[in-house]
Design a protein around this ligand. Structure first.
Ligand code: 5GP
Ligand code: ZN
Length: 113
C-alpha cells in the first residue's frame, strides 16, 4: 500500500468534509483554507502528480468536469474562481497524490508568488 494521506481520505480512514463524490473522483474541503471556498479535487486512484496525468487523460477530464460542477454548486459561477495544481518542488506540491485546488469566494490576485 502507498502511504498517502489522500488515499486515506478516499478509503475513509482519514476524516474529511466531502462536497462531491463519484466512482472515480472525490472533492473535499481543504483543512487549511486560503479563501472562503477552498476545495481539493482528487482522483480516487493514486496518481502522484501532474507529470503522471499524461497517462490518465480520461480521469483528468472527469476531474475538470467535477470542478465545474462543484464550482457551480458552491456558488462560484457568478463571480469566478481559480483551479490550481501545484506540481513538484518549484510548484510547492506537498501532497504527492494529484489534486486541484478550487479556490474562490473572495477577490483573488495575480500573478501568484
Ligand atoms: P499542495 O501544496 O500539495 O498543492 O496542497 C496540499 C493541500 O492539502 C494543502 O492546501 C493542505 O492544507 C491540504 N491538506 C493536507 N493534509 C490534509 C488533510 O489531511 N485533510 C485535508 N482536508 N486537507 C489536507
Ligand atoms: Zn494517494
Amino acid at each position: 500500500m502507498v502511504d498517502c494521506i489522500f488515499c486515506g481520505i478516499v478509503e475513509g480512514s482519514v476524516p474529511s468534509d466531502k462536497v462531491y463524490e463519484d466512482d472515480s473522483v472525490l472533492a473535499f474541503r481543504d483543512i487549511n483554507p486560503v479563501a472562503p471556498v477552498h476545495v481539493l479535487i482528487i482522483p480516487k486512484k493514486h496518481v502522484p502528480s501532474l507529470l503522471d496525468a499524461e497517462e490518465e487523460p480520461e480521469l483528468m477530464g472527469k476531474i475538470i468536469a467535477a470542478a465545474s460542477k462543484v464550482a457551480k454548486e458552491l456558488g462560484l459561477a457568478e463571480k469566478g474562481f481559480r483551479l490550481v495544481n501545484n506540481c513538484g518542488e518549484h510548484g510547492m506540491q506537498t501532497v504527492y497524490h494529484i489534486h486541484f485546488h478550487l479556490i474562490g469566494g473572495r477577490q483573488l490576485t495575480w500573478p501568484p508568488g
